[in-house]
Ligand binder design. Structure first.
Ligand SMILES: Cc1cc2nc3c(=O)[nH]c(=O)nc-3n(C[C@H](O)[C@H](O)[C@H](O)COP(=O)(O)OP(=O)(O)OC[C@H]3O[C@@H](n4cnc5c(N)ncnc54)[C@H](O)[C@@H]3O)c2cc1C
Ligand code: FES
Length: 252
């Protein structure tokens, strides 16, 4: 884990209210693994006080990109950063995806801004795997396909792709894949992750989920990001034990 002053390279609105923030951060870029995140201090002053956590979306040489949408004060400030601005970043944090192993099919399941960690993961996954990306949103405006491959879409309102949520889309297609040769990687809102986890456990399909929690420190000190563990009597920390968990290990 490093704390570094990074230089903003660009902030690009790639779709309405979806931003890509690229910073130059050689030391973090050299260590980062797909699924890990960084905790960003969005301002030089202490307003807002707490850092904001963002998945590492992409790495290109010594540059890191984060994908975000504006939901409050911190993301609003980030969206206004310009080339040359400085940003203090702690990272890489947490445990990322385990994408090694003996399986042929990779099923990405992303809800809304849950698409953020997958460009990095997809770039690292071995070329001989068969990749399918299931992307869901409330409407077609919420679908994020940035750097995704072999895309299947779903919308709650039926404005694009399958009419229904992305887990229903996944269920409707799952028989096209050999379950013993398949691994699911999911990120999105908690109800979506809960549904993917239940489905994968019932079907006996390997599944990892990237979870979210409101965070303060980002590295295991404040105990502010607990989720219930299903393996032992107790809790695990999203920032330190996660944010990526095997679906069988946590109760959302
Ligand atoms: C490990 C991790 C990785 C994340 N990766 C990304 C990412 O790649 N892209 C992205 O856009 N967002 C990501 N998030 C969520 C992001 O951190 C929050 O959206 C951000 O902190 C909101 O800051 P804000 O100041 O704009 O909003 P605030 O003013 O702090 O909050 C606005 C609203 O967002 C809710 N909110 C705040 N923090 C979270 C959170 N952590 N989870 C869910 N809801 C929250 C608040 O309850 C409130 O309703 C991630 C969160 C975690 C824990
Ligand atoms: S955010 Fe402090 S322990 Fe996880």
């Amino acid at each position: 884990m490093l704390q570094v002053d990074t230089i903003v390279e660009s902030v690009q609105e790639i779709k309405k209210n979806i931003f890509l923030l690229k910073v130059s951060a050689p030391s973090i870029a050299a260590e980062a693994k797909p699924g890990q995140f960084c905790n960003i201090k969005v301002n030089d002053n202490n307003s807002p006080l707490l850092r904001r956590p963002f998945s590492i979306c992409e790495i290109a040489a010594d540059k890191i990109s984060f994908m975000f949408n504006i939901v409050g004060v911190g993301t609003e400030i980030l969206s206004k950063k310009r080339k040359g601005d400085r940003l203090n970043i702690i990272g890489p944090l947490g445990n990322g995806f385990n994408y090694e192993g003996n399986y042929k099919n990779v099923l990405i399941v992303a809800g809304g801004i849950g698409a953020a960690p997958f460009p990095f993961l997809l770039n690292e996954i071995a070329e001989d795997r068969q990749i399918s990306c299931f992307i869901g949103g409330r409407t077609k405006d919420d679908l994020i396909s940035y750097k995704m491959k072999n895309i299947l879409t779903s919308t709650d309102d039926g404005s694009e792709g399958f009419h229904g949520n992305v887990v229903k889309l996944l269920k409707s297609k799952i028989n096209e894949y050999d379950k013993n040769e398949t691994k699911i990687f999911a990120c999105g809102p908690t109800p979506m992750l809960r549904a993917v986890s239940e489905f994968s456990i019932k079907e006996g399909i390997e599944c990892e989920i990237s979870t979210e929690s409101v965070m303060a420190c980002g590295f295991g000190i404040c105990q502010g990001c607990v989720v219930q563990s299903s393996r032992k009597d107790g809790f695990v920390l999203v920032c330190k034990d996660g944010p990526v968990f095997n679906a069988v290990d946590v109760k959302l």
